[in-house]
Design a protein around this ligand. Structure first.
Ligand SMILES: [Zn+2]
Length: 285
């Protein structure tokens, strides 16, 4: 299993953990703490990190995320393990359970508000910050199978929500893109490689080792593109045969979180592994 706690994060575990709805694809929800309202003419000093830690472990524990992240220093604090839901979005009765959607539903509160002032300089959006430590958070999310993509597009300040996209696609979402919610954060985020929204093909029905399936060929191509299968175009076929199975086994060795944990010799790729493999193969520049 990947790390339940982001390596290097200060741990402040809250006791009221609860499971997520793991039949949905894994995801991250991004926020800003929006503690104050600065303006271009009148920036305000950023709020101290420890003040937010006290808030999320005290009066604000009912809204605690998984992570608090300071994009200026890279400092992180974590309140829930990866496999628990956290509590930073609204979840209305009925409909999607917004805090729980996904194999993981990791929520990150970025210590930020528009026109915050840090070391004498003011910052309009998270995109303008040094985004220190973002690479570590993305790597951790990837280890849980979250592709580097924004299924609803890279966030802007305006809200844009689709319950259908939310329920069918893993990846990164802004609070502004979560159903049942009103908030418009986080605003423009730093660009990362998947921002151009590579969309993996849907997991095909009936894809089973030893059986012929038209999706075996794209699977072989993705395994080849990701470095797990050495095969010529002439050898691509609809057969999910021994070579393809061995290559899937290699992919599982490199990313064991996608292997059926009860089966050490598992060679059957499932929906999460499929999505991750295709993103690995084609989702990065
Ligand atoms: Zn938010």
């Amino acid at each position: 299993m990947p790390d339940l706690w982001l390596p290097g994060a200060e741990r402040h575990p809250l006791s009221d953990t609860a499971p997520t709805d793991t039949q949905y694809a894994p995801r991250v929800i991004w926020h800003i703490t929006w503690d104050k309202n600065g303006t271009a003419a009148k920036p305000a000093d950023l709020v101290p990190f420890d003040q937010l830690v006290r808030y999320f472990t005290g009066a604000g524990s009912g809204m605690a995320p998984h992570l608090l992240w300071d994009p200026f220093t890279g400092r992180t604090a974590q309140f829930y393990p990866a496999t628990s839901r956290s509590k930073s979005v609204v979840d209305s009765a009925g409909g999607t359970r917004t805090n729980r959607t996904g194999r993981v539903c990791l929520q990150v509160e970025t210590l930020f508000f528009p026109y915050c002032r840090v070391n004498g300089r003011s910052y309009a959006t998270v995109r303008n910050t040094p985004a220190k430590g973002l690479d570590k958070i993305l790597a951790w999310a990837r280890s849980w199978g979250v592709p580097d993509t924004w299924p609803m597009g890279s966030p802007t300040w305006s809200a844009n929500r689709s319950e259908r996209t939310w329920e069918t696609r893993g990846g990164h979402y802004g609070h502004s893109q979560v159903p049942e919610n009103q908030h418009t954060d986080p605003g423009p985020m730093p660009k990362w490689s998947g921002t151009t929204a590579y969309v993996p093909p849907p997991f095909p029905a009936g894809l089973t080792p030893g059986k012929s399936n038209p999706s075996a060929k794209p699977l072989q191509k993705a395994l080849r593109a990701a470095g797990f299968l050495n095969i010529t175009d002439a050898d691509l076929s609809d057969a999910y045969g021994p070579r393809t199975q061995t290559a899937v086994g290699r992919f599982f060795d490199a990313h064991p979180q996608f292997r059926d944990q009860g089966k050490p010799h598992d060679v059957a790729i499932g929906p999460h592994g499929w999505t991750y493999l295709f993103t690995l193969a084609y989702g990065h520049k």
